[in-house]
Design a protein around this ligand. Structure first.
Ligand code: ATR
Length: 271
């Protein structure tokens, strides 16, 4: 029987993951099937169990199930434990479910692909929700000079920073506490979805700075347009999507797909 994988979400019809993983499988010669499954909002664990019963070997997990997926795992990677969320499930030979999160590695790899130097960088992260929590450990592992988390709800940013304070120089607060310049600003808020812009000071970017939005789309986000007008180099989250998928693929199949072609194909499709 062909090994089965899927992405769980709700809604899920717009997911690019089947396209990405099918391309990875073709490229690496791995025989597998990858589909998108809309799990019921009230029974994610049941959806995973049914998938396993039907020959499922692993899955990606997206909104809104990453925390629930975390809770059902028998074992977890260190980075998933830190993130409190899981985007990759893997069924072990022993029948136990292993959970990992590849979002942060995806972000860091994409930044490196774009030539962004992280070691020694002054980084500002916007947002303090699940998306940001999920990337902090890999980001801090690159040894930036400092990370400041700014959030609409300042207390959430401060609490999040405190959770990761053992891993590097990291602080948090409200947008009014932001003091630039920064070498890299990462937007991890969901404000882009509603076309809104967090209130940021104009003098945010150091010369040669980059602005990264974890979101992507046919058009640049409001944040990226704002950043570009202030001289930053702008990068959207399409590459992060492809890189996190590649890391999941590696966990499942022990093969590293080449991501450049898939990224280019997705970009073409968006345009
Ligand atoms: P996700 O899983 O995408 O991180 P989340 O956990 O709901 O979703 O977090 C959303 C983040 O976007 C939060 O940091 C939120 O700020 P609050 O903690 O103050 O709610 C931020 N956010 C959402 N809409 C925003 C807006 N219009 N302006 C600024 N920040 C916004």
């Amino acid at each position: 029987m062909t090994d089965r994988y899927c992405v769980f979400g709700n809604p899920i019809s717009h997911s690019k993951s089947p396209l990405i993983h099918t391309a990875f499988a073709a490229q690496t010669g791995e025989a597998l099937e990858y589909t998108a499954i809309e799990a019921p909002l009230e029974d994610f664990a049941g959806a995973w169990q049914r998938f396993v019963a039907q020959g499922g070997c692993g899955a990606n997990v997206t909104v809104p199930f990453k925390e629930e997926a975390f809770r059902l795992c028998d074992t977890l990677s260190q980075r998933a434990r830190r993130a409190g969320a899981v985007n990759t499930l893997l069924l072990g030979k022993n029948g136990l479910t292993y959970g990992d999160t590849t979002d942060g590695v995806g972000l860091v790899r994409d930044l490196k692909h774009h030539g962004v130097v992280l070691e020694g960088a002054r980084i500002l992260v916007l947002g303090a929700g699940g998306a940001v929590r999920g990337v902090l450990e890999p980001l801090l592992a690159t040894r930036p000079k400092s990370v400041f988390i700014a959030n609409r709800t300042a207390a959430k940013a401060a609490a999040l920073a405190a959770d990761f304070a053992d891993l590097g120089v990291i602080q948090g607060g409200g947008f009014d506490a932001v003091v630039g310049p920064f070498d890299l600003v990462v937007n991890g808020t969901s404000a882009s979805l509603s076309g809104e812009l967090p209130p940021l000071p104009d003098a945010l970017f150091a010369p040669g700075a980059s602005a990264y939005d974890m979101m992507y789309g046919a058009e640049p986000t409001v944040f990226l347009r704002w950043a570009e007008a202030r001289g930053a180099r702008v990068i959207d989250g399409l590459g992060m999507l492809v890189e996190q998928a590649a890391e999941s693929f590696f966990l499942w199949r022990n093969k590293r797909p080449e991501t450049g072609q898939v990224r280019a194909a997705l970009r073409r499709e968006l345009e």
